[in-house]
Design a binder for this molecule. Structure first.
Ligand code: FAD
Length: 436
């Protein structure tokens, strides 16, 4: 069967690889100049680095198996995380139970309560029971107002901005439950990184797809999905015109899919229309000095205009980057936010003065290079009763399939789950091909 795949991110490439292995002929179309999507990379001098910070958890088993299968396990390192919290002008360690007990911005009773609630969420498995309640409501009720205000509220607001109050408890449960499940004895967490960047997964998938006779087309946006008599017949591709395919898999965000696909029945289209995202906006600084000793610093300070300062080189040795320090300043914003369309220069002017709050020695001369990356569909907004709003992978149009991050639930989106999406949908396409 000839399968056209829209999007050369992790989901699209994994599906293309699986389909090639099953004997199908695939063509992948990616609108950007590089493959990789949200897990794409760029160069910092001679080193390769993710455009958005990336690490894996020990329970990301689908991607770990794929990495093994691709012969890349030797490049994986698993290192203890250094997580912190910035609040009231101070950096606090925030990994173990002892760190929590030392977190003085909240009173001792609230600290104990926060620890107990987190432990209960870790053990709790019946997430369907949480579908009808927002995270804000649940946290305030079970962990208290103060814990919401200082710790978990800022984390939610950091990811979802003005929509934080709408986020379903299941999303929050997924974060805590899966995160804690990846911890070893003693509460220490190990995070996985691929030395040389996760871009090697994309490269290896692309090589195997090409070796099996598949084609990969970068800088090649798909303009339209073509259908006749309720069945997909092909794609209209920029620079290539109309191309015939027996099946089409779209891995693009739901609003983009709606624009590409022919009229879909209202019930299915309604689910696509309900999808909402926060855009990811990431300023990467290449510096000659280190900002702090923390890898992942959550910012719980509304006066600071970014939500996390992620110092990659406090996790992966800076010798991999010519001795430079790499700092990601991360934000998730709605398109109506004033920083959403800011230029790199505007963001530098806006952000840099605040780095002094984290390290009083900081000086702008530490910054040698800066790079700005955005993705409009960085984080799907997962509201209450979300399961009822997830579109099926098989669309009502025969031969047309969808695999995107809005279909990941109850876990939060991540490379592991995009690998799983790609594998699942490749399986459906192969099954349907078998049925003729
Ligand atoms: C800031 C940030 C940090 C993250 N950190 C982590 C992390 O630490 N660990 C982790 O596991 N995951 C992380 N993720 C999530 C992870 O990167 C994503 O879940 C995963 O890469 C998504 O892959 P995908 O293929 O599903 O989607 P995408 O990567 O979005 O791929 C879709 C592709 O479709 C292309 N496309 C769109 N329209 C068209 C068109 N018309 N024609 C052709 N191509 C088109 C896009 O350019 C894109 O390449 C992070 C994401 C972000 C935004």
């Amino acid at each position: 069967m000839n399968v056209g795949i829209i999007g050369g991110g992790v989901a699209g490439l994994t599906a293309a690889y699986q389909l090639s292995r099953a004997g199908h002929k695939v063509a992948v179309f990616e609108k950007r100049p590089e493959l990789g999507g949200q897990a794409g990379t760029f160069r910092v001098d001679s080193a390769r680095l993710e455009v958005f910070y990336h690490h894996l958890f020990t329970n990301d088993t689908d991607v770990i198996s794929l990495i093994d299968e691709l012969g890349l396990s030797r490049n994986m390192v698993w290192l203890e995380s250094k997580m912190g919290f910035f609040h009231g002008g101070r950096v606090y360690d925030f990994v173990t139970a002892t760190d929590l007990l030392k977190f003085t911005p909240i009173g001792i009773i609230d600290r104990i309560r926060l620890g107990l609630v987190a432990m209960n969420l870790r053990r709790f498995k019946d997430w369907q029971k949480l579908e009808g309640i927002t995270a804000e409501e649940w946290i305030k009720r079970h962990a208290g107002e103060r814990n919401y205000e200082v710790v978990w509220g800022p984390l939610l607001r950091g990811k979802f901005g003005e929509s934080a109050g709408e986020v379903g408890m299941v999303w929050f449960w997924g974060k805590i439950h899966l995160r804690f499940a990846s911890r070893g004895q003693g509460g220490r967490e190990k995070l996985g990184y691929m030395l040389g960047s996760f871009g090697q997964i994309t490269d290896a998938l692309a090589q195997r797809i090409a070796a099996a006779g598949g084609t990969l087309h970068t800088s090649t946006p798909v303009k339209r999905v073509l259908a006749e008599g309720g069945k997909v017949v092909g794609l209209e591709v920029e620079g290539k015109g109309k191309m015939a395919f027996d099946a089409v898999l779209a891995t693009v965000p739901s609003p983009a899919f709606l624009n590409l696909a022919p009229a879909l029945p209202e019930e299915y289209a309604a689910k696509l229309k309900q999808a909402r995202y926060q855009a990811a906006v990431c300023l990467v600084l290449v510096m000659n000095k280190s900002l702090s000793r923390i890898y992942w610093l959550n910012i719980s300070d509304p006066s600071i205009p970014f939500v996390a300062a992620i110092e990659h080189t406090n996790y992966i040795n800076r010798s991999n980057y010519g001795g430079k320090h790499i700092l990601y300043l991360s934000n998730y914003l709605s398109p109506s936010h004033r920083l959403y369309n800011a230029t790199r220069e505007q963001l530098l002017a806006e952000y840099l003065p605040h780095l002094k709050k984290i390290n009083s020695q900081f000086d702008p001369s530490w910054v040698e290079q800066s790079h700005l990356f955005r993705d409009d569909a960085g984080q799907p907004i997962i509201t209450t009763n979300y399961s009822a709003r997830i579109p099926e992978h098989r669309t009502p149009l025969r031969g047309l399939y969808l695999a995107n991050t809005t279909q990941i639930y109850p876990q939060d989106r991540g490379v592991n789950y995009s690998v799983r999406l790609g594998q699942t949908v490749a399986g459906l396409i192969s099954d349907d091909a078998g049925k003729g």
